[in-house]
Design a protein around this ligand. Sequence first.
Ligand SMILES: Cc1cc2nc3c(=O)[nH]c(=O)nc-3n(C[C@H](O)[C@H](O)[C@H](O)COP(=O)(O)O)c2cc1C
Length: 370
Amino acid sequence: MYTKMKREIVPGHNSLITGRKERSMPDLFAPYELKGLTLKNRVVMPPMCQYAVEKQDGMPNDWHFVHYVSRAVGGTGFIIVEMTGIHPDGRITNKDTGIWGDHQIEAYRKLTEAVHAGGAKIGIQLGHAGRKALDAEPPVAPSAIPFDAQSKTPRALSKPEIAELIEAYREGARRAVEAGFDTVEIHGAHGYLIHQFHSPLTNVREDEYGSDPVLFGEQVVQAVRDVLPAEMPLLMRVSAKEYVEGGYDEDYALDVCRRYKAAGVDMFHVSSGGEGPIGSNGGPNAGPAYQVDLAEHIRSGLQIPVIAVGRLESYEDAQSIVSEERAELVAVGRGMLSDPYWALHAEEALGGVEKSSVPAAYERGVWKRK
Ligand SMILES: Cc1cc2nc3c(=O)[nH]c(=O)nc-3n(C[C@H](O)[C@H](O)[C@H](O)COP(=O)(O)O)c2cc1C
């Protein structure tokens, strides 16, 4: 059984009295296993584009290295690398990372090895921005519907082009495995290409990809699943709700996710919005824990593990979501931009950091302050 500190919150304080005790309920700092992926804790760094590629070549550089490795040193159990283009024109901007060529594998291997040395596991989010690819001339999409009046009108993909993109996802996933990633997350959220297919607002095609709006995403999932080792879980990020008028609701999203689950998704990372002017940083009234009910909806409706995300930077909120079994994992985005050591600080505040969580060189700063 997992042994952890007893945690008693002192009313009115963020500090805690600690003592040793066996714990049986899920804990933010208990390990977690999904197929062959074992995480040391339930804290996730969600994908966050850095727009920091220097030469438009998609290669991660020193900035990306420091950015991800410092969160591993900071105690995060699971790091998901930002939306990475499976095609050069699938990036939001030319400053985004890419994984469309074998020449890119080595740069990611350097990153995965360093994150592993820091004690964390690492996945990569594979994406295509579709009509939201700002630098593509022109962007492509299921249908020729622009994002808004200021955006370029995308060109509708032909069926051979759709087949090529599915291959590009497969190849991106193969490269990710070769680069040492522990898992892959398919980006099916925030109004990007897969979301554009499964949303009735952006897909008015008259072929089978229009009559079955989930077909494209399903074929991407199958292609990616094909090249992942059997024991490697496959994750998918979805927007479980659209906020624009006429957008889909959480029950529609549940049906979409049911198909993706049957095609091979092992865990959903549940977000919302992004189809219209409201971005991925939150819909209307995006207060603390604003998407957790959506994560629970997918979790209970499909009996599948989920990552909850969205304003979960309060240590107590993050802990309660795991201990109340509302989600298996908790992702903290902007909170980790602010504090690379969010996980160590959360562990310290919630019950006292285990010596094993702290890099030896930092013990005097975190584990034993002297
Ligand atoms: C700078 C920045 C970049 C982001 N890039 C991505 C991305 O690449 N892929 C993605 O799925 N979400 C992206 N997001 C959304 C975050 O992963 C996360 O879902 C969102 O920020 C809400 O979580 P938070 O309240 O903990 O920040 C980004 C968010 C921020 C702030």
